[in-house]
Design a protein around this ligand. Structure first.
Ligand code: NAD
Length: 284
């Protein structure tokens, strides 16, 4: 079996240009221009390139975006006061803080200071709590992008077995909740899981968010499973994921590539969340 490739790049382009840009046009007729602010601290190359992609996607959807850059020695107090200004600015609908932050700044404190209505990354306790309760909320971007990819690949999760590898707050845990809300039976695996291969043996869908290059290979994947690879690594200038793509594609029925898979869908979800935030703020 050679897997169908679930292209995040093509899907994201389609959603941005055909769906989200139309929503933005409607908002513009009401003089509302969705506006995203990205806070970037320091000069990490990887962060700068992620931010560039966010700006590019914002432009494609027709929303406004602004990057506010700060030196890496900025104090935590000054970052918090910047977020406070943004929280109180009626012309800004969404704010994200590009991670990682320098060690002297508490990530939890900074993220928790974002007003939930502008938390387009969906990381604040308020939005995470709502997600866990099954309430309407701003869903964090990578899990949201993964669910969209499963949908476009025609994967109906009802009654299916989903194995999630990785239990981070930003990927593994929220995506497991979203899969359960679509009636999947979810098995969560992590660094202390015993006999991972057994946990994978009856999986219909495997979501890998471990942060180890090529951690999962084809011999661990049951025939016909759908594989979502969240990881992204630069190995000697070549990008790869948490899944060994070449062997996995011979066993899976569908698989996401790296690059061009979950990454673009994550950014697309961020733009969609900014539009949703703008709609909600103005209808409140
Ligand atoms: P994390 O480091 O926060 O969590 C990794 C998880 O993997 C942990 O829960 C840990 O228990 C589990 N793990 C580690 N070793 C394991 C093992 N041997 N067996 C089973 N589980 C193990 O990582 P994260 O933030 O969830 O990110 C995971 C990967 O996804 C990284 O490569 C990251 O760069 C990537 N990522 C990509 C996007 C995107 O938009 N494409 C977004 C977020 C994260």
């Amino acid at each position: 079996m050679t897997a169908k490739i679930i292209s995040g790049r093509e899907t994201a382009e389609h959603i941005l240009e055909k769906e989200l840009s139309k929503k933005v046009e409607v908002l513009k007729t009401k003089n509302i221009i969705p506006n995203l602010v990205v806070i970037l601290v320091g000069d990490m190359k990887a962060s700068a390139s992620y931010v560039k992609q966010k700006e590019k996607f914002a432009e494609k959807a027709g929303i406004k975006s602004e990057v506010r850059r700060f030196e890496s020695d900025i104090s935590e107090k000054d970052i918090l006061s910047e977020i406070d200004k943004i929280n109180n600015d009626p012309l800004i609908h969404g704010v994200i803080v590009q991670l990682p932050l320098p060690d002297h700044i508490s990530v939890a404190k900074v993220l928790n200071s974002i007003h939930p209505s502008k938390d387009v990354d969906g990381f604040t306790p308020n939005n995470v709590g709502k997600l866990f309760l099954g309430e309407d909320t701003l869903v964090s971007c990578t899990p949201k992008g993964i669910m969209q990819m499963l949908r476009i690949s025609g994967t109906d999760l009802n009654g299916k077995n989903v194995t999630v590898i990785g239990r981070s707050n930003i990927v593994g845990k929220p995506v497991s909740i979203l899969c359960q809300s679509e009636n999947a039976t979810v098995t969560m695996c992590h660094s202390r899981t015993k006999d991972l291969n057994h946990k994978l043996s009856d999986a219909d869908v495997i979501i890998v968010a471990v942060g180890v290059p090529k951690f999962i290979s084809g011999d661990q994947i049951p025939n016909g499973a759908v594989v979502i690879d969240v990881g992204i690594h630069n190995i000697d200038g070549k990008l790869c994921g948490d899944v060994d793509f070449d062997s996995a594609k011979e066993k899976a029925s569908a698989i996401t590539p790296v690059p061009g898979g979950v990454g673009p869908m994550t950014v697309c979800a961020l733009i969609e969340n900014t539009i949703i935030a703008a709609e909600r703020i103005h209808s409140a």
